[in-house]
Ligand binder design. Structure first.
Ligand code: FE
Length: 225
């Protein structure tokens, strides 16, 4: 959407819409973007007048954060685990392969998959703001947009994983990918053992949102949420 900056990949300032991004303050304490303030003001008035129920709004946001969005990514991962031809297409052109499943649009235009292996784990961050593959993961979680995650993911990725309860063998390499307005990453987690012969639907239930960001692993069979 914004390809005039070839030299500095991290050109975020106006590459995409940050209206949703409450935590986006460029690290200098500047206030919420005007659009966010206007939305807040409007929401307050509607709540005050009894037109909307803040609890209902929370449910909708929660749904998009944790259910609708990440289920798209989970289907991509489950298909990649199940179908070698699909995996090959995903490696060659993730944007197109993801679009095959109907997942396109905002903030998912230039996708790339990064594959976990027994010796390498991938972690995705956006150090400058909150670039995130909406088409497959929905809205970014609050912590993804927060300064501590954005800073620590680069400096101490193993520490971040520990914060999320993930411990990898010391010899496992951890690669950190910095998302930009131009390029969004989807982690392809390792397929859990003991899932041979499982259908894509069953496999998809093991694929958590965090496993596709890299702050988690796919669930073990029997431990699916
Ligand atoms: Fe960003």
């Amino acid at each position: 959407m914004h390809d005039d900056d070839q030299t500095h990949a991290h050109d975020h300032a106006h590459g995409h819409d940050h209206g949703h991004d409450q935590g986006h303050d460029q690290g200098d304490g500047s206030p919420l973007p005007e659009i966010a303030l206007r939305v807040k003001a409007l929401e307050s008035i509607l709540v005050e007048k009894g037109y909307i129920d803040p609890a209902a709004i929370d449910v909708i946001v929660e749904t998009y954060e944790t259910k609708v969005g990440p289920r798209n990514g989970a289907r991509v991962v489950a298909k990649a685990w199940s179908d070698p031809a699909y995996l090959a297409r995903l490696r060659a052109d993730a944007t197109a392969a993801i679009a095959e499943l109907g997942f396109t649009g905002r903030q998912g235009e230039h996708m790339r998959i990064v594959e976990n292996t027994p010796t390498r784990h991938n972690l995705v961050v956006c150090t400058l703001c909150s670039c995130y593959p909406w088409s497959v993961l929905g809205l970014p979680p609050v912590w993804y947009k927060a300064a501590p995650y954005r800073a620590k993911a680069v400096i101490d990725p193993r520490g971040v994983l520990a914060d999320f309860g993930v411990t990898l063998p010391r010899e496992t390499e951890i690669r950190v990918w910095d998302s930009t307005a131009e390029l969004r990453y989807l982690v392809l987690p390792l397929r859990p053992q003991g899932t041979e012969g499982w259908s894509e639907d069953r496999l998809a239930d093991l694929v958590t949102r965090d496993s596709m960001i890299g702050t988690g692993l796919a669930s073990a069979p029997g431990a699916a949420r």
